[in-house]
Design a protein around this ligand. Sequence first.
Ligand code: HEC
Ligand code: HEC
Ligand code: HEC
Ligand code: HEC
Length: 442
Amino acid sequence: MEKRKQLIKLVVSVLIIAAAALLLAGFFGGDLMYHLKNRDRIGPLTREDIAYLDVAAPNPTGSDGTANAADWAQTYPEIVATMGIVKDRNAYILDYLEQDPYLVNLYEGFGFAKEYGSARGHEYTLKDVANTARPHPTANCLTCKTPNFTKLVNDQGVGVYTMDFNEVLAKMEENVSCYNCHGNEAGSKGKLVVTHSYVTKALGENAAAIDPATLSCGQCHIEYYFTPEDKETMMPYSTVEAMTPEAILEYYDTMVLPDGTVGYADWVQPSTGTRLLKAQHPETETFLLGKHAGILNCADCHMPLEMSEDGTVYHSHELQSPLENETLLSTCAACHDEPDMTAFVRRIQERVTARETEVGNNLSALKDKLTEAVAENRLSEEKLNEIRKLHREAQWFFDFCYVENAEGAHNSDLAMRCLDTAQAKIDEALAALLSGAGVAAQ
Ligand code: HEC
Ligand code: HEC
Ligand code: HEC
Ligand code: HEC
């Protein structure tokens, strides 16, 4: 009897210790374990199949000291070759203004009303920035286009952002390339290095919370603004938690400008007088707030692992849609039980896009009514400003969804939340326009 009791005691203790160990592991390493476990079993090849090289950097031949793609061609022929590939899908520009004509009205008074085409592959960055009809008075537009600009900022400081665009453009040698994501350290087992200084400035130590293969893309595929003081490229947050459209709006709303006034605006719209914001391409924010954050990184879905004829396993550096690549598509099945992954994604995108068109047109109609009210001078300035504030907010939420390039695939909940918020603000503004209809101008 005594023996049985002792045995039970022993079993219970062992169980308690095991449970505590599991809890601790869950506490300290749970996320990581889940992360690795899932990442390792996605797709036919894994990162463990890569024979990472630890080799000295080549003598950089970029005239600014950057090791360029040609410099790495001997060491990493597959990576250099894939980086240069651009398939049809990423070679054309879709004219958004033609596809969604209401945009011309929404962006009135700003460069995007003149030209707004879809993004395309990394091989076109310099060509596209040089040819855009949007005005670019200063060199800061080159921030996300070429490693040579990144290096220039790192060498000479933020004064570079206000240099003459064409003068700086003439010195640029490569489209997005090795230095942007690896510095000159690609030889150190493909180490990823944050070279864009504003990322470090904005996030500081909080950057460590982001997977390097996501942060790497998050140097450019993000929402940003140009600081009013010196036109430096900057991100409007310092933590992952503050990457929501709500928190970013607050950041802009409460920013103290050099003249002492409060509230950042990208432009003041001529017809409505609204101080508007232009969202950029918040892929990283949208992804980090979504369901794959913490279990996958950008490379998992956009850079397939491939094997060359001699057996070298590497990440393809042709950044592509997972729906256009069989290897990437096959990795989805590790977690998704969908017979047709492409159709699954397209259904989400169609739902988001349809709502986008609806809200976009409603926003355009609101803008017309506000323009009318301003022109007729029939509302008090106070009332107008109340409506302008709603207009600014509605457009911000709409834009945050519209300009994100995955059209809902990265995070459909966030996309729908943005559009619903925009619609609610539009309704509120319209009601205010009506209720204020009788108020005489002061
Ligand atoms: C140095 C800045 C920079 C970095 C870093 C960067 N991108 Fe890009 N990316 C761009 C720019 C700019 C474009 C648009 C180019 C154009 O339209 O001319 C683009 C376009 C793309 C496109 C094509 C978009 C389309 O609609 O066809 C994909 C896909 C893409 N990037 C994925 C990634 C991924 C994944 C990463 C990280 C591994 C990454 N990018 C890192 C700047 C960058
Ligand atoms: C779970 C997989 C997954 C992850 C992780 C992921 N994406 Fe995507 N991404 C997609 C899908 C699906 C699309 C829609 C592709 C399409 O419409 O053909 C997409 C579209 C894009 C596009 C538009 C390009 C195009 O060809 O349509 C860009 C740019 C992009 N992603 C960048 C990123 C960045 C940057 C990250 C990391 C912050 C990231 N993605 C993480 C699945 C993913
Ligand atoms: C837009 C960002 C970006 C650019 C540009 C880029 N890389 Fe990478 N590179 C990555 C990412 C992301 C990974 C994958 C890291 C991971 O998740 O394992 C990677 C991985 C690697 C690796 C490790 C081996 C492998 O295949 O995973 C090497 C080596 C490498 N890159 C070399 C280069 C070279 C050389 C260039 C220029 C020709 C280059 N990279 C350009 C982002 C980039
Ligand atoms: C490591 C596991 C894992 C892998 C691999 C994975 N996903 Fe997912 N995915 C998830 C989880 C978990 C969810 C959330 C499911 C839910 O909430 O019902 C999700 C949701 C989604 C959604 C809906 C997102 C939204 O916000 O509506 C899309 C689209 C998606 N995945 C596409 C892909 C594609 C495309 C691939 C392959 C390129 C892929 N996923 C690979 C785990 C994964």
